[in-house]
Each structure stands twice: as C-alpha cells, then as structure tokens.
Design a protein around this ligand. Structure first.
Ligand code: 13P
Ligand code: ZN
Length: 275
C-alpha cells in the first residue's frame, strides 16, 4: 500500500489541517507525532527506504525499533494537506532508542521536528503508563492558553482548577488535570525531560509563553483534548477581560457531585477553597 493511502496517514493529515484551521499553527508553529502500529508499518513497507542514522539527542529505550509519523522541522501545518511528502516523514528508531532514520517523506530534505526529543520522551512515558494504548503526541501554539500563562500563577493546581471551572465537561475530559512547564528554551532535552515528567500524571502540559502538549490514544481524542482545553482558556480570557472577579462559578462540592455522576476521580488538591 502507498503511504498516502493508509488510514493512519489520512488521520494524521486531517488533524494537521484541523489544527491549522483553529489558528494554532502560525508559520511552522506546532508539531505532531504518531506511534505507528506494527501492522500499519507492515502495510506500507514497500515504500519505506531508510536513509542514514541521526542522533535523537536523548535516549528512549522503551521505543527501540518503533516507527513514527512526524511533522518536519520548519514545515507549515497548513501545507501538510497539500504537500504531505514534503512536510512530514516516517522515522524508524534504532535498537537502543538513541538514533532515528527517515524512511519516507521530507522529499525535499530536512529533518523531523526540533521537538522530537519532547515527542519521543512523552511517547515513551505514555506507552509505559497506558500499556501501549496512547499513540499521539500533539504540540500547538494555542492562543488563549498562552495568554493565560502571563496572568495566572504557573501552578498545576491553579490552571487545572480555573480551566475546569470554565466549562462543566472539562473535569470529565481531563480529570487528571494539567501540568505546567515554566518558561524554558524549546527544542532540547531539558524541556523534554520536564514535559515527560508531567506526562506521567497528566495528558496535558502547558509550556509557559509558548503553547501546549497533549497526549492521547488516537487523533480524535488528542485533538478533542487540545480543543477542549483551549476553548476553556478562551472562556476564561473572555471572563477576565470583562471582570477580575466572577459573580458565580462551579464550586468544589459541585465538582464532587459531578465526579460521582460521571464516574471520574477528581484529585482533591484541585478542589481547594478560594479566599
Ligand atoms: P518545528 O518547526 O521544528 O516543529 O518547531 C516548531 C515549534 O513549535 C517549536 O516549539
Ligand atoms: Zn512550539
């Protein structure tokens, strides 16, 4: 089968386009990766031609030998749909999880996203803690979420609670909460380590003054998660633009009732009393 005819590739391209249409991907902002299933690799094997090995810049031994579909560094999400072979690539990892080689795509040269260390370290954590269920890592420059990192304290508890309050279904969509990475230089191992540490407990990590990372089982769930968090952030930005104080909101006991009916566990540390 041709790579471009595979369902996982179509799903990846649709997600890139959806993110672009949301306004989350100015220029080359944001990146996407998918951990390809063995049978999906097998189905497109005829088109895979390995190039030379390159250093990942970190070590992901739990991902040794796996294949990923990833966006290219400097490539634009808006071009993924019209020029997929130029914008995205399939990479294979070596048997130690320290090097990768491009096997398809990036036909005009280039390399995978500069955030490959973050993507792969997040994949490694999620593969382990979800028993292999999670396959998608998505980074976007979500406007409202970024705006909030200039006005809210950079604390997991505060971001989680404030975003839960903005829409009743938020605690059901991200019951584990949201982690915050303080401002760091992007594109390297340090920010990858900090982010993957948060991914042990959360599916969402916000990079202060930069954007968001989401992890999920498939394209729909991961895009839906990013969309839900960003929409909640948009409501909070609107509220804060009208008034610094809410007249009424969802209270800790309301969340506790919601948790019972919707059968989710909401950690008490997010349900603190406000003064
Ligand atoms: P890339 O073009 O290398 O994917 O970088 C975009 C980005 O958002 C960096 O954080
Ligand atoms: Zn970015």
């Amino acid at each position: 089968m041709k790579v471009l005819d595979a369902e996982f590739v179509k799903g990846f391209i649709r997600m890139a386009t959806d993110g672009w249409e949301q306004g989350w991907h100015e220029r080359n902002g944001g990146n996407l990766s998918y951990r390809i299933k063995p049978e999906e690799v097998g189905a497109v094997q005829e088109e895979l031609v390995p190039r030379e090995w390159q250093k990942i810049g970190t070590s992901v031994p739990q991902l040794a030998g796996e294949y990923f579909l990833v966006t290219g560094s400097g490539k634009y999400m808006r071009n993924v749909q019209i020029q997929p072979e130029d914008s995205i690539c399939i990479v294979e990892l070596d048997d130690k999880g320290e090097e990768y080689r491009i096997c398809w795509g990036l036909v005009n040269g280039g390399k995978p996203t500069s955030e490959l260390p973050s993507h792969l370290m997040n994949h490694e954590v999620k593969k382990t803690v979800t028993n292999g269920r999670y396959r998608v890592i998505y980074h976007a420059h979500t406007t409202n979420t970024i705006a909030l990192t200039f006005v809210l304290p950079l604390e997991d508890e505060v971001f989680t609670r404030e975003l839960w309050e903005m829409a009743t279904e938020c605690p059901v969509v991200f019951p584990d909460g949201i982690g915050i990475v303080p401002w760091m230089v992007p594109g390297g191992r340090d920010i990858a380590v900090a982010t993957s540490e948060l991914m042990k407990k959360y599916d969402v990590a916000i990079w202060a003054h930069h954007g968001m990372f989401c992890a999920g089982e498939d394209f729909d769930l991961t895009f839906g998660l990013m969309h839900t968090v960003e929409k909640s952030a948009e409501i909070l930005v609107k509220v804060l633009s009208m008034t610094p104080t809410k007249r009424q909101t969802i209270q800790p006991d309301d969340f506790r009732s919601l948790a019972v009916d919707f059968k989710v566990t909401l950690p008490e540390r997010f349900l603190y009393e406000k003064h």
